[in-house]
Every structure is written in C-alpha cells, then in structure tokens.
Design a protein around this ligand. Sequence first.
Ligand SMILES: [Fe+2]
Length: 182
Amino acid sequence: MPKDAIAYQAAHTELSRLIAETGALTCSVSNSVHRPAVECLLRYALPHIDGLDFSDTPVNDRGYARKVLYTHPEGHFSVLALKWMPGAETPIHGHNAWGCVGVIEGEIGCETYCCRDGGQCEGDLTSTGRILAGVGAVASVEPNPKGIHRLFNPTGKAAVTLHIYGMDLSENPTAVNVPYQH
Ligand SMILES: [Fe+2]
C-alpha cells in the first residue's frame, strides 16, 4: 500500500496533537530516548482520545481488528488502533522496534515472557507474569528479543488500544511483530 494511501484519520484534536508532538520529538532527539519520551506523550494524551471508528475494519480470525491511523512520512513511527473482541488473543511475539501502548476502552490482558535459555529464544519461553490493564493504562516495550508478550481480552466486553511503533508500517502493519512458538 503506498504511503499516500494510508488514511490520516486523526479526526480528534488530541490524537492529532499526539501525532504532531511525536513527529516533532522523533525528529529532534536521539533514537535512544524515543520510547520513554513517546510513552510520556501517550500517557498525557490518552485520557482525551476516544471515539475511534472501526466500522470499516474487519476483525481477524484471532478476534481483533487492526487499523493504521498514521505513518510518519520519513518512517520514524506509525500509529495504530486495535479493537479486541471478547476472547481475542495475539500470538506470543516480540517487536522489531520500540513500542508504546495505551488502553482507550475496556480492559486488556498482557502476559510477558523471557527466554529460558537467555539467548536466542528458540521457542523455549517462560511466562514472567500477566496483568489486566484498564482505561488510561500505558506501557512501552523495547525491541526484540526484549519485551516478548501476548495481548488478550479475557473480559466479556470489547477493548480498544492505541499503539505507537518506532518504524514504518505503511506497507505492512504486521511487520512490527516477531512471532514466537511456545
Ligand atoms: Fe505487541
């Protein structure tokens, strides 16, 4: 999909501001601080962002819908929204870039993992715990092989999350994910 075909659907002022601030930040400070700095921006903006429209976005066979809201023209970052139906669950995965996530609606579960061998993570993963995050919760993750996790919706209500990843996802929104066998 060409970049100019990615719809910039930031109809909401706070989302537009968050995207503008993230763009300015990623152009002006070292890559090494993008993740914590963007996490702070997301934490302040999140309570004011709502009403994301998924009516044109299909739910996949794992129970969630993924919508690209924005991709930076120089590929510094991408903004996605995901809607999680009850029972939705991702595969266990890491990310090819730093990532920040916040909960806009409902509650989302997250289980984290580490490599049992401490090395290349050839499928030998150990759970390090799980949480249930509610509206306003914000977290960030470092690139693979750190931050291996899965997200799931264990509740009876849909959940919506906002994600910012430090890479260009205009061609393939799932390119950020590094799947693991478990
Ligand atoms: Fe993830």
